[in-house]
Design a protein. Structure first.
Length: 608
């Protein structure tokens, strides 16, 4: 057979270019879509800022999140969810749209009656009189309550949906604000409640920013907020229409142009239509926002609200306390999935089942090395977390390290070695890692699936006869090593097999080589130590030693030399080495490469 080498450049020329058919998508989308026109800003400050403290958090899970569900939560599910939000640490919760249904009204009453004194219950309502009255009725009696009204302010919504001018929108916003004020903070019968007002210029991200400031100024004048109880202006990216930097510009512009800034709380409520909800929120905080509205794990209309878990834990990994506790993120995921009946994606930041898992061999190797260095640094007094591919310590959110590395056919030596390290405490020698990882990959290929930690551990014990647990054909009863000269040691002892006690002896430059020589003499096969390694297990009074011995021998069925590893564990490093040798020899016997000799039965000696 003859092969002709053809340069790649010639091959490439023979491949016809692929022509896109564009059956539905336009070749020139600019004839149908226009980019959002950004603000003109030349002195923006936010790019040089960093997030240094947690914002005020508002959970919208029970309102915005619930209304987006194909199967909305039952009252009991909302109660369970509500108490989980309190447990996490939310101090502001938008619980319902109480004017929309009796169910929402009743749940608002439940939240009012069961909220801790320092938690604010918030309810959303359209800017219509009878709906506002119903909402205030639902919130009456709360220790802290926020009435949240909204009005569409973008040109598209005003013109297409409401046929309303800017002047009419301002008049409508003032009217709603004055009504809420008369029913709450100006009503003496409501003095037991700390009433806060929130106004949202809906579709703020698509609203001319100058007009957003103008309508909010009118609302502020009608409400007359104080520094102690500021008015909340929620500036939502109701539909995400542009890049996060433009949203940050809009937030900074609003923050620097609204009057009496100390009497105003700027809140964000980003949606995720372009997949940038988290980024937009973070840049908005850098641009001056004080508060974040969103859902845990990002549920919400269309592509969802911003994921509060991600925003909060992003801060946490930068050393900023988020003031929310996700120490048991697994239980939070369980509540969210049970009540929403929507799974948290396995690759969702922080909360997904697979986000702390590495299957790739190179990733696993880096993580394993990172943990080794981290442990050394910790003993030296350096407690900063620096692990490749893991920006967050999984233990901080209640995950164990067993989930960090999982093994399939794509995994390398580091993955299998990590599992053995976490399950048995054994830090395998590199040569042994390479050999065992090949066996693990072959097993994963055969099964066509990920191998569980227990399966990998059992494979290891089966392969290397760990501590002679699997096979024990011959065992050492006692032995003694004497020094013949500076370089030579002589070992004598007794072993047992087939219920027979047999004497052994051998020489070498140390106890290990002497024992291997003695076994070579007994088994009439040349054995030699090819590799040896040991390390301590545990610490303090519970410290043990682990020894690894690779023995070279000539298989009677093969002209080539064969190699086999064994592992031994004991409180004494010498005993661990002996156990490793017998682990190896017993494995060789089990594989049929060496046969035990036939001897006469002798009296069994006492064990040393």
């Amino acid at each position: 057979m003859r092969f002709t080498f053809v340069p790649f450049s010639r091959c490439a020329k023979s491949i016809p270019p692929i022509k896109l058919s564009y059956k539905n998508m336009l070749r020139d989308p600019s004839v149908k879509y226009r980019a959002h026109k950004p603000l003109t800003m030349t002195n923006r400050k936010w790019p040089d800022n960093t997030i240094k403290k947690a914002p005020r958090w508002l959970s919208t899970d029970l309102r915005d999140g619930n209304q987006s569900l194909p199967d909305p939560m039952s009252v009991e599910q909302k109660k369970e969810y509500f108490h989980k939000l309190l447990e996490i640490g939310f101090k502001e919760i938008e619980v319902a749209f109480p004017s929309a249904s009796q169910t929402d009204f009743d749940f608002t009453r439940y939240a009012v009656e069961n909220a801790p004194d320092d938690v604010t219950i918030q309810a959303l309502v359209q800017s219509r009189e009878h709906l506002i009255r119903r909402t205030v009725e639902a919130l009456t009696g709360a220790k802290r309550a926020t009435v949240h009204t909204y009005l569409a302010t973008s040109d598209m919504f005003r013109e297409i949906v409401f046929n309303m001018s800017q002047e009419e929108a301002i008049a409508k916003a003032i009217e709603a604000t004055k009504l809420v004020r008369s029913l709450t903070k100006d009503d003496p019968s409501q003095s037991a409640t700390r009433w806060t007002y929130e106004f949202s210029p809906e579709c703020f991200s698509d609203t001319p920013t100058e007009f957003a400031v103008q309508i909010c100024e009118a609302v502020k004048q009608a409400w007359e907020p104080t520094e102690d109880n500021p008015l909340i202006f929620n500036l939502p990216a109701t539909v995400e229409v542009t890049t996060p930097n433009v949203y940050a510009d809009q937030i900074e512009y609003f923050s620097t142009h609204i009057s009496e800034r100390n009497k105003v709380c700027i809140s964000t409520h980003t949606h995720n239509d372009r997949g940038c909800g988290v980024a937009a929120t973070e840049l908005a905080l850098m641009a001056g926002a004080d508060r974040v509205e969103g859902c845990v794990f990002g549920n919400g209309e269309r592509t969802g609200n911003v994921d509060i878990v991600t925003v909060a834990l992003n801060m946490y990994t930068h050393g900023v306390a988020p003031e929310l506790d996700f120490s048991d993120i697994k239980s939070l995921v369980e509540v969210v999935e049970r009540c929403n009946k929507i799974p948290v994606p396995q690759r969702a930041p922080y909360g997904g089942d697979l986000v702390v898992c590495a299957f790739s061999g190179s990733h696993q190797d880096a993580i394993k090395k990172g943990f080794s260095v981290q442990e050394r640094k910790r003993k030296e007094g350096d407690h900063y977390w620096r692990i490749p591919y893991l920006p967050l310590d999984p233990k901080d959110i209640g995950r164990d390290y067993e989930a960090v590395i999982r093994v399939n056919s794509q995994s390398g030596k580091g993955g299998a070695a990590w599992i053995i390290l976490r399950s048995l405490g054994l830090d395998l020698p590199r040569i042994m890692q390479i050999e065992f990882s090949t066996m693990v990959q072959e097993a994963a290929d055969r099964r066509g699936k990920e191998l569980q930690a227990s399966e990998i551990t059992n494979l290891f014990k089966d392969t290397y006869n760990y501590d002679s647990e699997r096979h024990k054909y011959i065992s050492l009863l006692d032995y003694e090593v004497k020094k013949l000269d500076n370089e030579t040691r002589h070992l004598t002892g007794q072993v047992e097999f087939h219920d027979k006690v047999v004497s052994i002896d051998g020489t070498g430059n140390g106890p290990i080589s002497s024992l291997v020589d003695a076994l070579s003499n007994l088994l009439n096969t040349k054995l030699s130590v090819e590799n040896y390694s040991e390390h301590s297990l545990g610490s303090g009074s519970s410290t043990q030693a682990a020894s690894y011995v690779q023995i070279r021998y000539r298989s009677p069925n093969d002209n080539e030399k064969a190699y086999t590893w064994g592992v031994g564990v004991s409180e004494d490093v010498g005993d661990a080495s002996v156990k490793a040798i017998f682990s190896t020899v017993n494995n060789i016997i089990h594989n049929g490469d060496i046969e035990l000799p036939t001897v006469q039965k002798k009296q069994k000696a006492s064990s040393a």
